[in-house]
Design a protein around this ligand. Structure first.
Ligand code: NAI
Length: 349
């Protein structure tokens, strides 16, 4: 593996390769930066075509976490763990405990939490061996638990900010919004949007999830192929990454892209493409920061649930600042956000 030559290598501070022959654990923990605080970012369980792919993912995602945490105003650097789902993967308690020991060996430089393939239960098992874990069961009136409702609330505030900036409207009443993916994040987002009077168009590969938002939020179901190109005011990708790309930008009719999915842009050039097309893009790692704000408050244990909601609501004004800087400089919003994040990290370092 050539870590230094990997295209996702960005001056990462440390990479830990975790192997335990007894339990079959194979994992990689990448610490991008601890300039702002412990490198925080979830652990992903995924089956990779090669170990190099797993390393690439850990490097890429940990840098993304540095940017996300910096832009959320948190005392967290960026890190990410990936557990490789090998063909004989056991998922045993012993294996997750071993992973917890590796996390612990970093003495708090890396703080883990849930990501794709993990759950509150697996985080509890990792917690047997290390205290450097967030995303555990929620204590009464305290931050913690499933971060999705907070993530969705942040996206809701971000959509409000984008609509105010681009369309000059101070309410979402009557605004048409297409939501791609109505799982955890998309579902709660639809509820907030519906309460605010928005008219919803939705698509998901899971018919039950679509039915739920049609019944509860009066949404109109459309096909998977149609949803991004819907004739609406806002498109909110809340399922997969890389949906904004060379092929899709030309078909977008909405003047705003603002949703919760991670890594919506397939490449950096797609931020420029949106900008050139006059489409306002709410950078994904800024608008979807509500979940990590929840995790940070849980980890540091210094905020009530209400205080967390207030911090998440600040995502709206933060995005407005990015939109204004983009308008003033002529740079895409994605570039403005990257620059701001790098500056915050450099100032701390
Ligand atoms: P989820 O798995 O609960 O929901 C994703 C939904 O997308 C599912 O209902 C799935 O059926 C649907 N889907 C998959 N492929 C699709 C397709 N081609 N077209 C339409 N729908 C499709 O995941 P969750 O937690 O809601 O996360 C959604 C996105 O938000 C992911 O990109 C995730 O990384 C990101 N995110 C989630 C956070 C959270 O707090 N859960 C925090 C920050 C980002």
């Amino acid at each position: 593996m050539a870590a230094f030559d990997d295209s996702a290598f960005d001056g990462h501070e440390r990479v830990l390769f975790c192997h335990d022959p007894l339990t079959g654990l194979k994992a990689i923990i990448a610490i991008h930066s601890t300039a702002l605080g412990p490198a925080a970012g979830g652990t992903r369980l995924w089956s990779y075509a090669s170990d190099d792919d797993a390393l690439h993912d850990a490097l890429r995602l940990s840098q993304g976490m540095s940017f996300k945490n910096a832009m959320a105003g948190l005392s967290f650097g960026g890190g990410k763990g990936v557990i490789i789902k090998t063909p004989d993967f056991s998922g045993s308690v012993a294996m997750y405990e071993k992973y917890g020991e590796f996390v612990d060996s970093l003495h708090g430089d890396y703080v883990t939490a849930e990501d794709v393939g993990m759950s509150v239960d697996t985080m509890e098992v990792i917690h047997h061996r290390t205290r450097y874990v967030a995303g555990l069961s929620r204590q009464q009136h305290k931050a913690g638990g499933d971060p999705s409702p907070k993530t969705s609330f942040g996206i809701f505030k971000g959509i409000e900010a984008a609509v105010a900036f681009k369309l000059g409207r101070d309410s979402l009443d009557g605004i048409r919004i297409a939501v791609q993916g109505v799982g955890h994040v998309g579902y709660y987002l639809c509820r907030y949007l519906h309460e605010a009077g928005a008219r919803l168009v939705v698509a998901d590969i899971d018919a039950d999830r679509v039915r739920r938002v049609v019944e509860e939020c009066g949404a109109t179901a459309v096909s998977l192929d149609e949803v991004l190109a819907s004739d609406v005011d806002v498109v909110a990708p809340c399922a997969l990454g890389a949906v904004i790309n060379e092929r899709s930008v030309g078909s977008l009719k909405a003047p705003i892209v603002a949703g919760g999915a991670n890594n919506q842009l397939e490449t950096d050039a797609d931020g420029q493409r949106l900008h050139d097309a006059g489409i306002l893009y709410a950078p994904d790692y800024v608008i979807n920061g509500g979940g990590i704000i929840n995790v940070a408050c849980e980890y540091y244990g210094e905020a009530t649930d209400q205080e967390v909601w207030d911090q998440v609501a600040a995502i709206g004004p933060r995005l407005t600042g990015i939109f204004e800087e983009s308008a003033a400089t002529g740079l895409p919003t994605s570039t403005v956000a990257d620059r701001q994040a790098r500056q915050i990290i450099a100032d701390a370092g």
